[in-house]
Design a protein around this ligand. Structure first.
Ligand code: F6P
Length: 541
């Protein structure tokens, strides 16, 4: 479907062009569609081993995907032709890989080890990274030592972290996973939505004198974040007065001047540079609340786990490279087997927010129809991502995964050592995960008089096993998915680092809100009707 029209970017390597590879992949897709997944295992008893990889406590098994050695070989060939290794190296070297915004994408630099030198578009950035990190750790130490207190000398007990999208999802996910592995001295409450219910709930019964407010926004223009930050500031001022309120507000932004103009003291502003994309920013000062609540040791382990995955993606041959293989399988499922969705199902309640984090990472990065060079996209780069923790998900959407007409590839994520003291429940949990993957793959035939009991099987999945939910392993898992997303974008010719598609809705919301205030909305007929209903409801009785 996608290769038929001659491609503008055809390059010839080793006698085979990208178009040749696409054609071979189309033929392979027609062939593999006729072969049940269970048959692929019968044909190759070593399959489970051959498609099993591990690094840094993250083990990924691709054997239940609907591909075989020939297809993997062709996809790896394609990755070579598309220059994946070179692209990743250019990204690490700080070259301008985000073309629409003229920026580097240096999230890997944030987790580089001490002494490793990194640049962004030729300018040294390592010192800036080290200094910011030292400031973050100093703040955490000061809070824990009681050197930094709230009004009246009260010890800090809470942080209200205000941010949305990439300024929320990563820190919230990490906090959710790790807060149970460590007794926290400082509790973090996250506020994202413009719905006032969130900020009101977060501030409910909090002691203002022992609370710090962190306003996290790369742009420091995001309407939701600024509105919630204003409410939080009012709350502090009302209870503590202007001076104390200013001391207890912090900002994390790539635009410190905007944070200061909002009223945050310059000493309380933590910067990060525009070469960190929002979706990739948990490793930057955006993670400040994590450093305070989890401590510097856990924070550094998180970074080190991600760095181990960075080394893997940069140095491992493509055929054994876990994020590259994961991107290739997603590319294959989307564009050759035409499966437009993907379910993310962690069998660990602590990872319940992973599907939401993945939604933004994959869909905001790769949900695009225009290539980096401005020409129309020829490939789909973003599946529709959804998910929930297993086993809850089994009682919600798994019916459709097993018997629905549209096969959905699943990522099953299990944890070997869960750190809980209930081995029998943990065994049941993992047995469920293995059972679901097996049922989706093998299916089950039904008696002729009970066709509704038929399970077709032949439904692909990847199984990821984590040694434990430690900061190190979690860092590796998140970096694995980051790299997968970037590689998938590059395979599809997309720029994963911009997000122009979110702008139109923001503009219209501003216009409509202004028109609602003025009482003269110029909106489409449906909105006209809905606005009438809204204004009637809000009229005083
Ligand atoms: O949804 C658009 C977006 O720009 C995301 O990319 C970003 O993570 C989020 O809004 C928040 O942006 P900021 O950190 O600038 O407030």
């Amino acid at each position: 479907m996608f290769w038929v029209a001659p491609l503008a970017h055809v390059r010839f390597k080793g006698g085979m062009s990208e178009n040749d590879t696409y054609r071979s992949l189309e033929q392979a897709a027609s062939r593999i569609r006729q072969t049940h997944l269970a048959q692929l295992f019968a044909d190759n008893p070593n399959r489970a081993h051959q498609l099993d990889f591990a690094v840094g406590g993250v083990r990924v098994n691709f054997s239940r995907q609907k591909w075989d050695a020939d297809i993997v070989g062709l996809l790896v060939e394609l990755a070579q032709q598309r220059g994946i290794a070179n692209f990743l190296q250019r990204m690490q070297d700080g070259e301008m890989v985000n073309r629409s915004e003229n920026r580097a994408a240096q999230h890997m630099a944030l987790r580089a080890g001490p002494g490793e030198t990194r640049k962004s578009q030729g300018i040294l950035i390592s010192d800036e990274i080290t200094q910011t990190k030292a400031r973050m750790e100093q703040l955490a130490d000061d809070i824990h030592a009681g050197n930094l207190c709230g009004a009246g000398g009260q010890r800090i007990s809470h942080i209200v972290h205000i941010g949305i999208g990439g300024s929320d999802l990563g820190p919230k996910l990490v906090a959710n996973v790790l807060r149970q592995t460590k007794a926290l001295e400082v509790e973090v409450r996250f506020v994202a939505n413009i719905d006032a219910a969130e900020i009101n709930t977060a501030l409910h019964e909090l002691n203002p004198a022992s609370t710090l407010v962190f306003v996290v926004s790369k742009s420091f223009t995001t309407a939701e974040t600024l509105a919630n930050a204003s409410i939080a500031r009012q709350w502090l001022v009302q209870h503590l007065g202007e001076v104390a309120a200013q001391q207890q507000m912090y900002a994390i932004s790539a635009y410190p001047d905007r944070a200061e103009a909002f009223g945050v003291a310059s000493a309380n502003v933590f910067g990060f540079a525009d070469w960190v994309g929002g979706r990739f920013s948990v490793w930057s000062a955006v993670g400040l609340a994590l450093v305070v609540s989890l401590g510097s040791a856990a924070w550094n382990q998180l970074l080190m786990g991600a760095a181990a995955m960075d080394r893997h993606v940069l140095t491992t041959p493509l055929a054994n490279n876990m994020p590259v293989l994961s991107a290739l399988v997603s590319f294959w499922n989307l564009n050759f087997l035409h499966m437009p969705a993907r379910a993310i199902v962690p069998y660990a309640s602590k990872l319940a927010l992973l599907p939401l984090w993945m939604q933004q990472l994959v869909m905001e990065s790769n949900g695009k129809s225009v290539q980096s060079d401005g020409t129309p996209a020829q490939f789909v780069g973003a599946p529709i991502i959804f998910g929930d923790a297993g086993t809850n998900a089994q009682h919600a959407f798994f019916q459709a995964l097993h018997q629905g007409p549209n096969p959905v590839p699943v990522d099953f994520i299990g944890v070997i050592e869960d750190g809980e003291d209930n081995p029998s429940q943990h065994q049941t949990l993992l047995a469920n995960m293995l059972a679901q993957a097996s049922a989706l793959m093998n299916g089950k035939s039904a008696p002729p008089d009970a066709p509704h009991q038929h399970f077709p099987g032949d439904r692909p999945s990847t199984t990821i096993l984590l040694d434990e939910l430690s900061p190190f392993v979690l860092g590796g898992l998140l970096a694995f998915y980051e790299h997968e997303t970037v590689v998938l974008a590059h395979l599809c010719g997309l720029n994963p680092f911009d997000q122009w598609g979110v702008e139109l809705g923001k503009e219209l919301a501003l216009q409509i809100e202004q028109q609602m205030t003025e009482g003269n909305p110029k909106v489409d007929a449906t909105n006209q009707l809905l606005l009438q209903a809204i204004s009637k409801k809000s009229e005083p009785a």
